[in-house]
Every structure is written in C-alpha cells, then in structure tokens.
Design a protein around this ligand. Structure first.
Ligand SMILES: [Cu+2]
Length: 553
C-alpha cells in the first residue's frame, strides 16, 4: 500500500472506532457519577519509607466494564489499585521499595526475547521510574535500564530525595512513578500502571492552602478490548491494522478515567476553595482541561510551585505533565470538567472531546480566601551557558514520506524491524550509544526542533528546565517543566541546570509512550563536577538484560 493510502485508511478506521468509543461511553452511563475516590496512600515516617511495590493482575470495575489488568499495590495493601496508590514524602526522605513483578500475560504471548528492540515487546517485563524526582539515575536508584521479568526475585530501588541540606531541595509538588522498560512502557501505561508521588514542603504551609481539601487526581487513558483486557497490538482505537505493531489489532476502545472512575463527581461547597493536583498518566492523549463556569488558579507545574497563583481558563497537559491548581466553588449547580477535543497532530485526526468528570456545588455557602502569593520558586543559577545543543524530533507519521537515517544495530541483526519508527537526530534508541555528554553543575540550552506536525512532548530525567523561547519568540516565563509539548513543525529552546550532586547515565525521550517504545529516546550521560569534558573517562556499557521469559509461572 502506498504511504498516502495507508494514512487515509488509518484515518477511516480511526473514525469508525470513534463511533465505537462514543457507544462505549453511553453504555457506561449507568456506572458513572460516583463520588471521586481518594486513592490509597503511604506516607513516610521519620524521613523514611520502606515497602514493596507489587504489580499483580486484578479485576477492576470501570464504568460498566470489568477490566483485567495488572495493578500496583504497596506491601501493606490487600489488593491492587487502578491507578496505583499515592506515595507521600518530604524533601530529604529516603525511599526504599522492592519492585515485585507478578504480571501474567493477557491475550497473545509476545514471544519475548532477551534482545532490546525499538518496538513493542516483552510486555510483562518492567521496571519503575520516579518521574520528576531529582534523584540519582544510577543502578539501585532511578535506573530505567533495569529489567525485571515476571516472577523473578524482587528488584530493590532506593532514592535519596534531595533535602534542604543540598541547597537544592526537591520542590514540593506532584511527581509520579510508572514503568519505563523500553518496549513495554506504552502497553503498561494503557493498562493504567501509574501512581502519584506527593512531595510536601513549603507550599503546603501557605495559610490559604494548608487546611483545604486536597484531591490527588490521576488521569489515565486505558486501552481495552471487548474482553476488558489491554490488547497486545493496537495503540490507537482502530478496527484494522495498527501502524505501531506488526500484527493485526483487535477492536479497541480508549477510556479516559479520573482515579480509575468514569465521569466521577467532585463535590465542593459554594465559595469553598479546593486544591486539585492533576497528573496526565495517559500514554498518548493530551488533556485540554477546563471546567464549566470556573477558572483554575494554577499554583504549580510539573511539581514545581509558582510564586503566586495564576488564573487560567484552560490547562493543556501533555502525557507526563502535572498541573496543580485551586478551584473556588461558584453557585450551586453541576459543572462539567472537560478534556476538550485537541489536535495533537495525529494522522487519525483530533482526539475527541470528553467530559471526564463533574463538579457538584452544594451545601452551606462560605467564602474561602485565595492566596495572593505562594513561595519562592527555585531560581535558575546565573551561570554562563556551558553548551548549546540541537535535538531533532521526527517520526514516520504526520505526513512524512521519507524515512530518517536508519541506525540501530539490534534491528540490523535479524530482529523484526518495527513498521513505524520515531527518531531523535535521525536515530532510534540504542542502549549503549551515548547521545549527549553533559557536566553536572552547568547550565545548558537545548533547542528542540520538531520536524513533524505531531506535538512530540520532550521529557528528560532528573533535572527540570525552563522554556526560553518558542519558535524564536522569548517566553519571559520562569515556570519549570519536565515535559513540554513541541510546537508542530516548530522549535523551542529549554534552559537546564544539571544539579551538581547527581551524575550518571539516563535518558531523554518523547513522552508519547508508543513513540518512545518505537525508538524516540536517547541516552544522556551526566559527568560529575570536575570532569575534563575534552577528555572524559570511558563510559562502561550498560549490560543487556539477560534471560528470557518468566522465572516461574
Ligand atoms: Cu512523540
């Protein structure tokens, strides 16, 4: 099939599936409208958390469906939670958890090999990433190169959350954890494997915030087939051939949930101020949030607080983004919370609009104050720009006819070449190719060039960044981000400070997780301060994961 015809047929099947999706919503009406639930939580005690993070298959009622998916639980919990339970900590805490993988395959086994490829594979292999946490990426800590096969011995992870003693404490806000095993990241996100990490600190002491009702809200995009399982092939709702997989997909449906619920109800009193913390844990879908009749007073982005609340009508959340804001209840009534239709550049068309929940204003009138100022946000150090880089994003979608330069030894060695690939600087991910070498303690500017219509969201581990310009226009905005959607066929420049006390090998990638799994990821090596960057030491190879299949069934 010619490329253009293929894209046209993709558009057609997606349109059919959109109808199926709407049908799914109306059928589910009977089960919507439950009060928004609070997720289970584990709070650090005396600066410490020690638990197990267990993944186990379970059954979950979502709308009128029963989903069979793997879910996270902490050691003290009897059953898993969809999405996962919340971890609540403070700067300076030490977190230790052992990851336990009891995932069992649903659907067609994928014939996992132990070779890392840039395609969907090893769908029950996992690991865990603490997104936005400014902790070491080294083995034993936030190491995304680790691979834990099912029913193998638990994998210990331990994180020293930067405290005030570092001079650069972890900001107080919302972060999150999710699987980051290359090849199964998207699949496990479609299953809802994700959980919030709340870091409490200075902003929690702001008088107008301190005692108000807080809601931790995890948005998921769950991809389910009629059996209530996440199919092993499709990545977008379509009834035919999936562009992301070599095998035909099943009819599927994406459902958007808040804390695992379809269209839940959030109650608030007239004049009451609540604090809502939103995480977009969906692998592929932007949420363009707005609430009928109400403004949002945004107090933080990607876990990093603002100096003062910013009133906004809408907030755009790319996959991986967090937005924290205050909402003040208006007059008694019901107000829908929307994820508006959004054109994120997908060849299948705009993602359709959804009502994801409802706010119900009821009860005794009060008049809670909104804060006028918050806290002192982290400052970009006044250092010369040590390096300027350009990173190019390009995929075999969005109307691109030509292919990028094909680099990637694994796929040359006889492995199946994925049908669609996504490139950074013309290359697909390669475990032991170091793409960028940086020096801890320096400031750099990276210009991110998007050659696609698709708004690839850039994410980098460990250190957040500020956006200096978009398409050459200065932003004059001191917000910090760890995920930023790139403009269609455009560019933006980010300024990053590589904190001096964290070094090691880690990654940057597109946070559209099917793009990441299909190659749009690269390695970053952060050398410790004092390294001679003209003659840096050799970097040892990251060992390939060894062994195949589960340890036992
Ligand atoms: Cu992308």
């Amino acid at each position: 099939m010619q490329r253009r015809e293929f894209l046209r047929s993709l558009g057609a099947t997606t349109a059919i599936a959109a109808g199926v999706q709407n049908l799914g919503v109306s059928m589910a009406m009977a089960r919507t409208g439950e009060p928004l639930r609070d997720l289970p939580e584990l709070r650090s005690q005396n600066g410490h958390v020690k638990t197990k993070l267990i993944i186990e298959n379970g059954k979950f009622q979502v709308g009128d469906r029963v989903l069979t998916v793997p879910a996270y639980r902490f050691e003290h919990m009897d059953t898993g939670s969809l999405p996962g339970p919340t971890l609540r900590i403070r700067p300076g805490d030490h977190v230790e958890w052992d990851l336990v993988n009891k995932m069992t395959p649903t659907g067609i086994p994928d014939g996992a090999s132990d070779e890392q490829k840039n395609m969907f594979q090893q769908l029950e292999y996992t690991n865990v990433h603490v997104h936005g946490m400014q902790v070491s990426p080294k083995p034993g800590a936030d190491n995304v190169y680790q691979v834990l096969r099912p029913f193998c011995p638990p994998e210990p992870y331990s994180y020293h959350v930067p405290g005030p003693d570092t001079g650069l404490p972890q900001p107080a806000g919302m972060f999150w954890y999710h699987p980051h095993k290359h090849g199964s990241t998207a699949h496990q996100a479609w299953e809802g494997l994700s959980g919030a990490i709340i870091v409490e600190g200075d902003i929690d002491e702001v008088p107008e915030i301190k005692n108000i009702r807080e809601r931790v809200i995890v948005l998921n995009g769950l991809l389910v087939n009629p059996a209530g399982e996440v199919p092993r092939a499709a990545i977008v709702p379509n009834a035919g051939f999936s562009p992301f997989s070599p095998i035909p997909s099943q009819p599927t449906d994406i459902i958007l949930t808040m804390n695992g619920q379809l269209r839940p109800v959030i109650d608030i009193r007239p004049g009451e101020v609540q604090r809502w913390r939103f995480l977009n844990a969906a692998p592929h879908r932007f949420f363009w949030l707005n609430l009928d009749g109400h403004d949002f007073y945004q107090i933080g982005q990607d876990g990093i607080p603002f100096a003062a609340p910013r009133p906004v009508k809408r907030i755009l959340m790319a996959p991986g983004n967090r937005a924290e804001f205050l909402v003040k209840g208006g007059e008694v009534g019901r107000y829908d919370l929307h994820a508006d239709q959004y054109e994120q550049g997908h060849p299948g068309g705009a993602r359709p609009g959804w009502v994801i929940g409802t706010m119900e204003v009821n009860g005794t009138i009060r008049d809670d104050p909104l804060p006028s100022k918050l806290v002192e946000p982290p400052k970009m150090p006044d250092l010369p720009i040590a390096n300027r880089r350009e990173i190019r994003f390009k995929g075999e979608i969005s109307g691109n006819e030509e292919k990028g330069e094909y680099v990637g030894s694994h796929d040359h060695s006889g492995g199946m070449r994925p049908p669609v690939q996504f490139y950074l600087d013309g290359k697909i991910f390669e475990l032991n190719r170091i793409d960028q070498k940086v020096l801890a303690g320096t400031v750099e500017e990276w210009t991110l060039i998007n050659e696609d219509v698709f708004q690839h969201p850039f994410h980098i581990h460990v250190n957040p960044f500020q956006v200096i310009d978009i398409n050459g226009q200065p932003t004059y905005d001191d917000s910090w981000w760890d995920v930023i959607a790139l403009p269609s066929k455009g560019r933006l420049t980010v300024r990053m400070y590589f904190r001096p006390d964290v070094d090691g090998k880690t990654v940057y990638h597109c946070h559209i997780l099917p793009h990441e799994d299909n190659g749009m990821m690269a390695n970053l090596y952060i050398f410790p301060p004092g390294t001679d960057m003209n003659n840096p030491p050799a970097i040892p190879d990251t060992p390939e994961p060894t062994g195949m299949g589960p340890c036992k069934v």
